[in-house]
Design a protein around this ligand. Structure first.
Ligand code: SME
Length: 159
């Protein structure tokens, strides 16, 4: 059993604790599905106000849903479509305060209002995107983005 106590109230400490927990969770394990599954659960449990957290994997130039927590989601997303597809096509983080104002947003869960998508890249190749959805508008700020980019860097070595 893993019982990480991540309850910091300030975001800097929260993301530092979360990164340390993720490092510990994936240490020594090379199975990417196992590591994505545990990462999705850890992040979903540790960060407040999320309704979906998980991965879309780059499978032959198309995003295919991977391990996640939340409601069942759309399975395949072309590069360039929606928030995840924009992150995959540009290799840039997408931080969207209001998904309803994002052209092409794919509504997998009607409860979602804001979204953060982090590309996970190793040696210049997109492996997957980490997707966080929230029912709150503008849930993610620059600190969340930096914290999740750091998580993505850990995952780039673990998946
Ligand atoms: N909203 C995403 C699709 C994935 S779900 O949020 C799980 C998008 O527009 O890419």
């Amino acid at each position: 059993m893993y019982d990480f106590k991540i309850a910091a109230t300030d975001k800097a400490t929260l993301y530092r604790d979360l990164a340390a927990a993720l490092e510990a969770l994936v240490a020594g394990e090379r199975d990417e599905i196992a590591n994505m599954a545990n990462a999705a659960a850890l992040i979903f449990e540790s960060l407040p106000d999320l309704n979906w957290t998980g991965f879309y994997r780059n499978v032959g130039g198309e995003l295919v849903v991977g391990p996640f927590q939340g409601r069942p989601a759309c399975i395949r997303i072309p590069f360039g479509t929606g928030v995840c597809g924009a992150a995959a096509a540009s290799l840039e983080v997408q931080r969207v305060d209001d998904v309803h104002a994002f052209a092409g947003h794919i509504a997998c869960d009607a409860a979602s209002n804001s979204e953060l998508v982090v590309p996970i890249v190793r040696d210049g190749v997109l492996l997957a995107v980490l997707d966080l959805d929230s029912p709150n508008r503008a849930r993610f700020d620059a600190e969340d983005e930096a914290g999740c980019v750091a998580l993505g860097e850990i995952l780039a070595r673990a998946i």
